[in-house]
Design a protein around this ligand. Sequence first.
Ligand code: ADP
Length: 308
Amino acid sequence: MNSHSDWSAVVADIARTSGQSFTLHKVVPVSGGSINTAYRLDGDGRQYFVKINAADRLEMFAAEADGLAEIAAASAMRVPEALVYGADGTNAWLVCEYIAFGARQHRSEEWMGQQLAEMHRHTAAQFGWHRDNTIGATLQRNDRTDNWLEFWREKRLGFQLGLLLERGMGDRLATDVEALGEAMPLFFSGYTPGPSLLHGDLWGGNHGYDEQGQPVIFDPAVYYGDREADLAMTELFGGFGPDFYAAYQATWPLDAGYKQRRMLYNLYHIMNHANLFGGGYLHQAEGMTAQLLAELRQGLSDRHPEKL
Ligand code: ADP
């Protein structure tokens, strides 16, 4: 799709779900996405944000719409309202409220920290979610369970490892990731995570500030899990400042062991990047896994020399 394509099916969806006629006046490309192409649709004094992908990605948009609704229902953070998703023989689309992003104001990061902590206070009975979704373009399995460590080992690290192996990329990583999976409980001694509502893909490029300076998060990969996983990802590629972390800590302090688990959580995203983009990410995942194992050996020799 582009500015000159036939948008009539999307326009009809908008008119039907908004209950108002919609005459398309202008289609403006929106840059910044990594998976989909995005546009702003203008007409009748209204604007909509539309993401486009191939028709077979309709489920991806359905899950994204569900994720946006799940976050909206927690009433802690602003997310774009998902209006409708659909597909024809060629394209799939997700239509959302268009948000005009503004400049970060001096309290914006503080609000982001507070509101994210409040969102994380929204919990479920189990880890996982009622449906699978995608992380980037990769399937993300969310089978519900009471066992967070098993979830992280199998549905996150193990799943990505399986994809890398299918692509003939994970042979060197496999032994170390399996060793890490077995030793994982050592990272969690004295800490019991709860199933918090997570954005799931909270790198800097998935947040912004509206014209009032209020934080907005978008493009989520929602599930219920350890809130440290969201925090870890904010640190992976940067984009969040000291006021954000200070406000998060002031609202709901993190466990002292977070720093030891941070890399374990970010390993998932780096493995996913290796699957999506290849290149140096596989090497980075190998380095992270080796470092985590080295830390475990070091910690074990300090705390439990008899176990080595
Ligand atoms: P992708 O799924 O391809 O990664 P995103 O959801 O990240 O796409 O959206 C691409 C860009 O569009 C974002 O970087 C952001 O700047 C902008 N954007 C996202 N959601 C909205 C929205 N509801 N209104 C206006 N702009 C948006």
